[in-house]
Design a protein around this ligand. Structure first.
Ligand code: NAD
Ligand code: MG
Length: 331
């Protein structure tokens, strides 16, 4: 069984005499900074000079400084800039100021696990990774609840890295739900695998294949959009609330029978074989190397793929359909 930490396993007083620097004020950054401040911690936010987030963070009552200033001033530094620029920000603006006894924290293990960031001796290296986007971490905290998180320790110089990480996790509200113990390796590999094979890559490829099948067979694009993309949320919400069994209990028996007999023909043994290959590329570092080189080259392939995907006909049909639902929070 996994080890899960709750409210009584974490002590906020560990943070009492510590200064916490949150680097970045995006999705995760704003949620961590505001929740920690509301939990009574001494927080400041580190940003680059022309960051549009600077004024926003100040308006929300936070102390803001350059990454160098905040890194120099902080005992605990949480890295919440995009993963692709963390190495550069760390090497140039954080590493020079690290002192023995400091803690450097992450919300995703990529840069530590794939050795992009190398923390000096005497520094604690840990992770608190909320299992949800930042706006949810903030909203749920404000409602008195918490989003579950993962905790991992990479380097425990102080022999109290876990207590510090759990106190941080409590400060953002996550011990209210539970913080699951993991490792940088497990978090990084499962996170990449999940987003590639199901959450982002798997689902969008499945939607596109089903949409194209219907449209190529002469059905209206609008009907295809409703059936293959729009209704996905209803099904996912049911699974989120009560697992696959609750979704199957809620749909018709016709839908349930089609699920059992046709689903495995779509996602067959070949799909699993390919998933295992994708997992191997994650485990042996091949994916990480590819993505790091892609970024060093200025993301040429990534940008072309993004453009090609926007050109897919489903983009315009989606705009038309979503405009019918004025009550939707249009993105
Ligand atoms: P984000 O893109 O939303 O925000 C990044 C922030 O960094 C922005 O405020 C940006 O202005 C700032 N920034 C960019 N360049 C900078 C620089 N050179 N110096 C200083 N600040 C700079 O990022 P995010 O999604 O919050 O991700 C942060 C970390 O959290 C990542 O490690 C990510 O893997 C992890 N994470 C994200 C989520 C999520 O749902 N978004 C969930 C769990 C973990
Ligand atoms: Mg993830």
């Amino acid at each position: 069984m996994a080890t899960i930490y709750y409210e009584n396993d974490a002590d906020l007083s560990v943070l009492k005499d510590k200064k916490i620097g949150i680097i970045g004020y995006g999705s995760q950054g704003h949620a961590h900074a505001l929740n920690l401040k509301d939990s009574g911690a001494n927080v400041s936010v580190g940003l680059y000079a022309n960051s549009p987030s600077w004024a926003k963070a100040e308006e929300e009552g936070l102390t803001v400084g350059s990454v160098d200033e905040v890194a120099k001033d902080s005992d605990i530094i949480m890295m919440l800039v995009p993963d692709q620029i963390q190495k550069q920000v760390f090497d140039e603006h954080i590493a020079p100021y690290l002192e023995p006894g400091n803690t450097i924290m992450f919300a995703h293990g990529f840069n530590i696990h794939f050795s992009q960031i190398d923390a000096p001796e005497g520094i604690d290296v840990s992770m608190i990774a909320p299992k949800g986007p930042g706006h949810l971490v903030r909203r749920v905290y404000a409602e008195g609840k918490g989003v579950p998180a993962l905790v991992a320790i990479h380097q425990d110089a102080s022999e109290s890295a876990l207590a510090t990480a759990l106190a941080y996790g409590k400060g953002i509200g996550s011990t209210r739900a539970g913080i699951l113990e993991t490792t940088f390796q497990e978090e990084t590999e499962t996170d990449l695998f999940g987003e590639q094979t199901i959450l982002c890559g798997g689902v969008t490829s499945l939607v596109k294949a089903a949409y194209e099948t219907l449209v190529e067979s002469g059905y209206q694009a609008e009907s295809a959009y409703f059936e293959t993309l729009h209704e996905l949320k209803l099904i996912v919400d049911l699974m989120y609330e009560g697992g696959m069994e609750y979704m199957r209990y809620s749909v018709s028996e016709t839908a349930e029978y089609g699920d059992y007999t046709r689903g495995p023909r779509v996602v067959d043994e070949n799909v699993k074989k390919e998933m295992k290959k994708i997992l191997t590329e994650i485990q042996n570092g091949e994916f990480a190397r590819e993505w790091i080189i892609e970024n060093q080259a200025g993301q040429p392939k990534f940008k072309a793929l993004r453009e090609r995907n926007i050109q897919h006909p489903i983009t315009n049909v989606g705009k038309e359909i979503r405009a019918m639902m004025g009550w939707l929070n249009q993105k």
